[in-house]
Design a protein around this ligand. Structure first.
Ligand SMILES: [Zn+2]
Length: 372
């Protein structure tokens, strides 16, 4: 997600807002100020409605954040670090550096979120019923936030992986069946079924009731379906590469090019060797990495007068890894950074290059030759 900005940092976790959340915040403020509050308490000033609407939206924001922070704190207690929390149109997500490795850890981390939302709902609900005069706008705001937190808890507990409910389901199947991959497959299948039901319901609403809100179910179902599929393939990916070292899948002793080569000569190298990139190497030192992408940025007529060194990615900006490094971890990092390649170096000496193609080839081999 690129269109995010950082709001603040809490406990070393970056709290990021996706621009789609601003749309949600505006919708909430508008609905509260123009429909909800005037409906519950007629006769107040527009100024009062808007103030209440905006303040209530801020509190809603804080309670979604509390839900995600609860997941994060539970994860940190289980030894999993959290880089950031992103709030977007469908709520929030706490990005874990890695997935829990035991069912109990997943259970604790997952349960913390809905429990927090439930606790907020219960607390505010109790305060509303016992202590607040219902004819006051503040009381109506408290009631609204209580009810919203109840809805957030209930929605997240739907057994549609990767929603919290689906994760709880997975941790239970994982616990009893002792097989993470199978547990995930079952949880994702149930989640997909539910997401298709949601999409179906959405279409029915659109066609038979003519209500545009049906689109919401369609989007939501689609998002959950996509997220489920991608978590499953990520898991297969991690299990395929478990225990595999970079040295086992890299291309060893790669073809290199010297820094003073011009781009016309470089083009010939690309055509001859059919690689997507070359390490730039001279004497005994590696200077960087040059790829087809770099060529594209220079107009063809300038190729004869442009040297490799002036367009390459210098070594200090390349991903440099050791041959003993864990392949899965490196691949995740490369995918996250949008990088296609990493240089493999041992004691300052170039020993290989690791590309997405190497990874794909390895996965394909793994699939064809079998092994779960
Ligand atoms: Zn949650």
């Amino acid at each position: 997600m690129n269109s995010t900005f950082r709001l603040t940092r809490v406990l070393g976790i970056s709290i990021d807002i996706h621009i789609s959340w601003l749309l949600v915040a505006a919708l909430f403020s508008l609905t509260l100020a123009r429909t909800y509050f005037p409906g519950a308490l007629p006769g107040l000033t527009l100024h009062t409605y808007w103030t209440a609407g905006i303040l209530t939206t801020v509190v809603i924001f804080a309670s979604i954040l509390a839900h995600e922070l609860a997941h994060s704190l539970a994860a940190i207690r289980e030894g999993i670090s959290i880089k950031r929390i992103v709030l977007f149109i469908f709520g929030g997500v706490a990005q874990m550096e890695m997935e829990p490795d035991r069912p109990l850890a997943e259970l604790k981390i997952t349960a913390a979120g809905p429990l927090t939302s439930l606790a907020i709902a219960l607390l505010l609900g109790t305060v509303y019923y016992l202590a607040l005069p219902p004819e006051h706008i503040f009381s109506q705001a408290v009631f609204f936030v209580a009810r919203l937190n109840l809805i957030v808890a209930a929605f997240n507990l739907a057994p549609a992986f990767p929603l919290d409910g689906g994760r709880l389901l997975r941790s239970a199947i994982w616990h009893f069946g002792k097989n993470l991959l199978r547990a995930t497959r079952i949880a994702v299948a149930i989640g997909s079924l539910l997401s298709f039901l949601a999409m179906g319901l959405g279409f029915l609403l659109i066609f038979f009731q003519g209500t545009i809100w049906g689109l919401w179910y369609v989007f939501l179902g689609w998002m959950i379906y996509q997220a489920g599929q991608s978590s499953y393939s990520q898991l297969v990916f991690r299990q395929t590469f478990a225990g595999i070292k970079v040295s086992e899948i890299m291309s060893a002793n790669p073809q290199t090019v010297p820094p003073d080569l011009n781009l016309e000569q470089l083009a010939e190298q690309f055509l001859q060797h059919k690689f997507g990139a070359f390490p730039v190497f001279y004497g005994s030192s590696t200077h960087g990495l040059v790829s087809l992408h770099h060529m594209k940025e220079v107009p063809r007529e300038k190729w004869p007068h442009t040297s490799v060194v002036s367009v390459m990615t210098p070594l200090k900006e390349c991903i440099v890894i050791e041959p003993q490094a864990d392949a899965a971890e490196i691949m995740m990092k490369m995918a996250a950074g949008g990088e296609g390649r990493a240089l493999v170096m041992e004691n300052g000496r170039l020993v290989g290059i690791l590309s997405r193609t190497d990874m794909m080839r390895f996965m394909q081999m793994h699939m064809i030759l079998g092994a779960e």
